[in-house]
Design a binder for this molecule. Structure first.
Ligand SMILES: [Zn+2]
Length: 437
């Protein structure tokens, strides 16, 4: 019997670098449930992250299971083997039930000409003018679009098929959630490309439940979206509509939805995402990761004493090693070195100065996005500290948990899933509804 594991309509990817915040993260989903929405947590951690931290996927499983037990969470939750490929999937096979199959490295490598020809011929019916449900204007795919997209993406999709089949051979079909990700590449995919990619994914027989395209604009680590919000909104609507078409016409799973990678802290596009979800009654997977590690630092700084001293030391180390820390992330951060305070300056800061520079509150004049991005990529520094860091996380659990939960719930869940910007606004909506009854 095949049990088909289903990713629910709303899901929140959470990254827990040091495997100490699962409960605080889950508490944000509990708050959402209390307020009326079921949002499934998905704990994501990539092979690269495990390697930097020196952890094993089993530790993520233990932390997630313990949190679920402790908070009595009865709804689905998942463990995402994040950005894996053929070479890196093995260590996740025992514990993960969600696989982000990353094929960005294969984009632009053409499949054999005969395979491209066969695909173009088989998909000929898509060429012309399509009607996407919920979209007024025609959605036009030219023969050139078809051939160019096949040339650019078909090999990547076939590679995803290989990875999918490898996972399925171990776990069994239907026992895991497959996602295909194409976000870690240089150029955004257009909605036309997305639709053709989905046709290729269906033809390859991968029952994906989420897909992570690269959207236009910059999705820098831990800071707001940089780009044309109106253009993002148009593309996002078309992407959601294209997915609806693909579900209907290509036989992909009915719960297929977009996955927004590097989705934390993109406050300026959350209203656009929320209104697209409303308009199409669609789901989304919002993926966050490093935003939680920054809340650990904020909590340590708030705690004062040894915790705050360590938070300052982490900044000093990150500052000293900024070039090697930033190198691997060059395409996803924008740090202005001139605005980074000297470690000697930070050493003299109060807790409040540290937390207001770091906390993602754009209206606060002390907020410093360069410092925030440097610390975002600076988790390696804390990883090297080992138990010194972990012991302080444990000693200051309550103040850290308050920040972790609050950040996910107030700054992410409320605007994306509820469409409000604060708890006060949520309460006002609820009482307006009650009054109307
Ligand atoms: Zn990604």
């Amino acid at each position: 019997m095949s049990t088909t594991l289903q990713l629910p309509k709303y899901s929140l990817g959470t990254g827990d670098r040091f495997a100490h915040q699962a409960k605080a993260q889950l508490a944000a989903c509990v708050k959402a449930l209390d307020a009326g929405l079921a949002i499934s947590p998905v704990w994501n951690k990539s092979n690269r992250e495990h390697t930097i931290i020196g952890s094993e996927p089993a530790s993520t499983r233990r932390a997630a299971d313990a949190a679920v037990k402790e908070l009595g969470w009865k709804l689905p939750y998942f463990l995402d083997a994040d950005h894996i490929g053929l070479a890196t999937v093995d260590r996740f096979l025992a514990v993960s039930d969600f696989y982000t199959i990353d094929v960005a490295d294969f984009i632009g490598k053409p499949a054999p000409a005969a395979e491209i020809d066969a695909f173009v011929t088989a998909q000929n019916g898509l060429v012309g003018s399509l009607k996407l449900k919920g979209i007024a204007e025609d959605f036009v795919i030219t023969e050139t679009d078809m051939r160019e997209t096949a040339t650019k993406f078909l090999f990547a999709v076939k590679t995803a098929g290989e990875v999918y089949r490898k996972i399925a051979s171990v776990k069994g079909e239907g026992n895991f959630i497959p996602e295909v990700s194409m976000d870690e590449t240089d150029r955004a995919q257009s909605p036309v490309e997305l639709l053709i990619i989905l046709a290729a994914v269906a033809a390859e027989g991968i029952p994906i439940q989420t897909i992570a395209p690269k959207f236009s604009g910059r999705f820098n680590k831990g800071v707001d979206y940089v780009g044309d919000v109106a253009q993002f909104e148009r593309e996002f609507l078309l992407d959601v509509a294209a997915i609806g078409y693909a579900v209907h016409h290509f036989g992909l799973p009915a719960n297929l939805k977009l996955s927004v990678h590097s989705g934390s802290d993109k406050f300026s596009i959350y209203p656009a995402i929320h209104s697209a979800l409303k308009k199409f009654d669609a789901g989304v997977h919002l993926k966050t990761a490093g935003t939680t590690w920054l809340e650990e630092l904020i909590g340590l700084a708030e705690a004062g004493g040894a915790g705050f001293a360590l938070a300052k030391e982490i900044y000093a180390e990150a500052f000293a090693h900024r070039e090697e820390l930033c190198g691997p992330y060059a395409t996803v951060i924008d740090i202005d070195p001139a605005t980074l305070p000297a470690p000697e300056t930070v050493a003299g800061w109060t807790s409040e100065q540290y937390t207001s520079a770091l906390r993602h509150v754009q209206s606060d004049p002390a907020y410093n996005p360069s410092l925030r991005q440097l610390l975002h990529v600076g988790f390696k520094v804390a990883a090297k500290m080992g138990s010194r860091y972990l012991n302080l996380l444990e000693a200051n659990e309550a103040v850290i948990a308050k920040n972790v939960t609050g950040n996910l719930y107030e700054r992410h869940i409320l605007p994306v899933f509820f469409g409000v910007s604060s708890e006060a606004q949520l309460a006002a909506h609820a009482s307006a509804k009650a009054g109307a009854r």
